[in-house]
Design a protein around this ligand. Structure first.
Ligand code: PFF
Length: 455
């Protein structure tokens, strides 16, 4: 059974897959608008610090659990510490959360796909000064097209997962992750060359720490958790495919660096264009679907071909980034179904597709026909985002650090962290890591959780 488990081929594959999970809509869609809403460069600085100080150790903890247990996230903890209902509950959460996230995540994936098609059709050129916000809102509230795009997007992701770990997820990530950096660099060059873009660059390089509030700190930390795909079973699941000889801390560090780097690049692709177009940086979730097409259409009047190409490049990057993350969420469910119900990979993929697809349909409709269905002032889509990102993800992360700090044997954690004492650098930092996970991480996660509630 142990030997039959699939593995990532090598170090590059591990980092590409983990970075693929991490780099996603969180970096290219959420991060730029959060930077815009919660303090510009100062927010980015807090986000970067939070990633290294808090999120990275939590990320490593998840991978340690996954590789030690070599099981799905559902049973990983109870396999290492049998007979405790708390860890069983954590297993259930770790499968339920990605299912819920995926349902709304793929809806945004579907929007990106539609915008890619629009770009391919050169549509933005013709928007001229038409109101892109109206076009966007009309699209997301219509009952049919977003559903179709959502299902198409999910089908593409499911197809990759169905091909397996090495020939699906690994191969796809190894090609698309480097390509993503190139695509975003192309957009940056265009974006900063626009007249008026300097203000956007300045906004990103000059931190104004007076803009930092407890709320923006909590949001920056939450964003950093979301960005590294923490608390959703994804890192536990991918961790279980990491071969024994690979170093988990080094995979973690490279994943964190590439994710941060990408998020910062995405901000440099989006913000200068937003300023050049005379738009507001704090435009919220619609930023890349409203402001960016507006800027492209404005530029399109003078350089229609260039503008058309750049919009294709930009939305292609959004689609690909969203896909690699969605793939990791699907794999969590697939690995659970394979293990628990001995299903074949393809059948498990179909089940996840049907489940997430149907939930996603409800999410998508919550912008149109179901918009009157509101819980605590939020439509279903917003409710799911809030519930998973601000609550469940943190609960799961708290359980993860408590598990590594108190339930797992210290020798086992040491063994995974240092590869049985053979990786000298890891041996050197192990004590600090273990202390942090035991005593500081739980307090930090709890503080973010409480701050989210009060503020
Ligand atoms: N990290 C992804 C992003 O920033 O878009 C989102 C995500 C993917 C969250 C996978 C959770 C996950 F399991």
């Amino acid at each position: 059974m142990e030997n039959k488990r699939e593995n990532f081929g090598g170090r590059i594959a591990v980092v590409a897959a983990l970075a693929g999970s991490a780099i996603g809509l969180g970096s290219i869609w959420r991060f730029p608008y959060m930077v815009g809403e919660y303090g510009g460069a100062a927010f980015a600085v807090v986000y970067i610090l939070a990633t290294f100080i808090i999120s990275l150790p939590v990320f490593i903890s998840e991978a340690v659990i996954g590789r030690r247990a070599r099981a799905s996230s559902f049973s990983a903890m109870s396999k290492l510490r049998p007979g405790h209902s708390l860890w069983k509950a954590a297993g259930v959460l770790s499968v339920a959360i990605p299912l819920l996230i995926n349902s709304y995540y793929c809806v945004i994936g579907g929007w990106s796909l539609e915008y890619l098609f629009k770009s391919l059709g050169g549509e933005f050129i013709f928007y001229s000064d038409a109101d892109t916000a109206v076009i966007f809102n009309k699209f997301i509230s219509s009952p049919f097209l977003p559903l179709l795009m959502h299902l198409l997007f999910m089908a593409a992701c499911t197809f990759v997962v169905a091909r397996g770990i090495q020939f699906g997820i690994e191969m796809f990530s190894k090609i698309t992750i480097p390509a993503l950096f190139v695509l975003v660099l192309v957009v940056i060059i265009y974006s900063i060359s626009l007249p008026g873009a300097e203000k956007g660059v300045e906004y990103l390089v000059k931190p104004d720490f007076s803009q930092i509030t407890p709320r923006s700190i909590a949001y920056a930390m939450g964003q950093s958790f979301y960005s590294l795909s923490l608390g959703m079973g994804a890192v536990i699941t991918y961790g279980s495919y990491i071969k024994k000889e690979e170093s988990i801390p080094s995979a973690g560090i490279w994943t964190a660096i590439s994710t941060l780097f990408f998020a910062v690049l995405a901000a440099f692709a989006v913000m200068p264009a937003v300023f050049a177009g005379g738009m507001q940086p704090g435009a919220g979730p619609g930023l890349i679907f409203q402001s960016i097409p507006y800027v492209f259409s404005k530029m399109g009047m003078e350089h229609p071909t260039l503008s058309a190409i750049i919009s294709i490049v930009f939305f292609l990057a959004v689609v690909v980034a969203a896909m690699t993350s969605c793939i990791s969420l699907i794999e969590v469910g697939v690995s659970f179904l394979k293990e628990k119900f001995s299903m074949g990979r393809i059948r498990a993929c179909l089940v996840v597709f049907l489940l997430c697809g149907s939930l996603g349909v409800i999410c998508s409709l919550s912008f149109g026909p179901l918009s009157s269905f509101v819980i605590r002032g939020k439509i279903i889509f917003e409710m799911l985002d809030w519930l998973t990102s601000n609550i469940l993800l943190l609960v799961m992360s708290l359980l993860t650090v408590l598990f590594v700090g108190f339930a797992m044997k210290r020798e086992d954690v040491y063994d995974e962290f240092t590869n049985g004492g053979t990786k000298k650098n890891s041996v050197r930092i192990f004590k600090g890591f273990y202390f942090f996970i035991k005593w500081i991480a739980p307090v930090a996660v709890l503080t973010i959780f409480i701050t989210n509630f009060i503020l």
